[in-house]
Design a protein around this ligand. Structure first.
Ligand SMILES: Nc1ncnc2c1ncn2[C@@H]1O[C@H](COP(=O)(O)OP(=O)(O)OP(=O)(O)O)[C@@H](O)[C@H]1O
Ligand SMILES: N[C@@H](CCO)C(=O)O
Length: 386
């Protein structure tokens, strides 16, 4: 659970006095969620959810609550905030900014099926399209700069293997050009536990408190990493395709998004590995708090990396002596479009230096170098002018 700030029935009764919701009949802290303090509130007039915001400033909360109203106006099933008798959607309870929203019906999907993955793909595209005319802006608080800085913060806590993975991923992430991808208003945290299904109908989109302006495709990668996985964290291609196809039916990808997709799956996995690691090593005090397992996203990240390497262009440069491995890489790369991942496996140890040196001079990115026994693997991403 996450209730960082407890609320008594007396305090609640006073708060509810400002809203047209009748008398409180029950107040129950909500177990799920890790960011804010949430309560189910039953009154003589209906069912509501009370949120005490633990981190955000009032102006940021106005952005979220206005966004909720905007999405609601476009028939996205978000919980509409109630307006109090002062004409405000944001009140104060126990010194924390607080809002009362409608409680939506439905349950969080546990094991998703193809139909649910299709439904969330459609819903996310509708949310992206609906905010094309939303005129408020908010910078992401989990953007590339945050990820790079958070990697350094958690690094000292990691064992050697995890530290190596993280450092390699930081290097890879620096090769992604996020600016070329379409941006817009994104939810940024559309996990299954932020969505409700009433039977087969998607009945609720919750917890918009990471919403911001960022790459639209990153939002879809967050969804796919949570909704379309096998228990070991690898992707279930049937559910992935259902989700992507239904998203693209409403907002087709640009060619640069097609190319960036495998990399953005890694970005999204890294983001949640980092935030979960940080929560683990710097837990916040609370009456009842829930922590999510970082290992889940470490495994997902590893699977996304492996999948990207497996689908990359393979160059077998075994038994070739330098400079032949470099020449073979050069010949292969000549005809490839920028952004293609190429994996060269060599047996001449000189290749471990020569190929990265050649690649850097010619504007390609060295994603990874690895030594396994007597084999040397160099993973490259082709640059703008191959
Ligand atoms: N309007 C609503 N209707 C129904 N249930 C809700 C509503 N709002 C919140 N909940 C329930 O409360 C849980 C926690 O809410 P929420 O996800 O907003 O919390 P949070 O602390 O901000 O979480 P997170 O860790 O996902 O950022 C939800 O998973 C859902 O079960
Ligand atoms: N959805 C996040 C928690 C809120 O950021 C996670 O599962 O780690």
């Amino acid at each position: 659970m996450s209730v960082y700030t407890p609320v008594s029935t007396t305090e609640l009764a006073q708060f509810l006095g400002d809203y047209p919701v009748g008398e409180c009949t029950a107040l129950v802290g909500i177990q799920a969620g890790i960011e804010n303090s949430n309560f189910f509130v039953s009154t003589t007039k209906g069912e509501y959810v009370l949120t005490l915001f633990e981190q955000h400033q009032p102006e940021t909360l106005h952005y979220f609550l206005t966004l909720l109203q905007h999405w609601a106006a476009h028939d996205i099933p978000v919980p509409t905030p109630l307006v109090n008798q002062h004409g405000e959607i944001l009140g104060t309870l126990n010194t924390k900014p607080a809002a009362l929203v409608m409680r939506l019906p439905g349950l969080h999907p546990q094991q998703t099926n193809t139909g649910q993955c299709a439904a969330i793909g459609t819903m996310l595209a509708r949310m992206h399209l609906a905010t094309r005319d939303f005129n408020m802006q908010r910078a992401s608080d989990r953007d590339h700069a945050w990820r790079m800085q958070m990697a350094q913060t958690v690094l000292p806590h990691l064992n050697a293997e995890d530290a190596e993975l993280l450092q390699a991923e930081v290097k890879f992430q620096q090769s992604i050009d996020f600016n070329t991808l379409p941006h817009g208003t994104i939810h940024a945290d559309l996990f299954r536990d932020n969505v409700l299904f009433d039977g087969e109908t998607l009945s609720g989109v919750l917890d918009v408190y990471f919403a911001c302006n960022d790459c639209l495709l990153y939002d879809l990668a967050v969804v796919v990493n949570d909704w379309c996985c096998h228990p070991d964290g690898s992707l279930d291609e049937t559910r992935v395709q259902a989700c992507i196809k239904h998203y693209q039916a409403l907002r087709p990808w640009k060619p640069q998004e097609q190319q960036a997709w495998p990399a953005l799956l890694r970005t999204a996995a890294l983001r949640f590995w980092l935030s979960r690691l940080y929560e683990k090593y710097s837990p916040r005090p609370g009456e009842l708090t829930l922590q999510k397992n970082p290992l889940e996203f470490r495994q997902k990240l590893q699977h996304r990396i492996n999948a990207m390497i497996a689908t990359s262009i393979q160059i077998n440069a075994r038994r070739l002596l330098c400079p032949l491995p470099v020449i073979r890489v050069q010949q292969t790369i000549e005809n490839l479009t920028p952004g293609t991942v190429v994996t060269a496996v060599c047996t001449d140890p000189g290749a471990l230096h020569d190929i990265p040196a050649w690649a850097r001079i010619h504007g390609h990115h060295v994603l990874e170098t690895r030594t396994e026994g007597r084999e040397y693997t160099i993973v490259l991403k082709t640059g703008a002018s191959p």
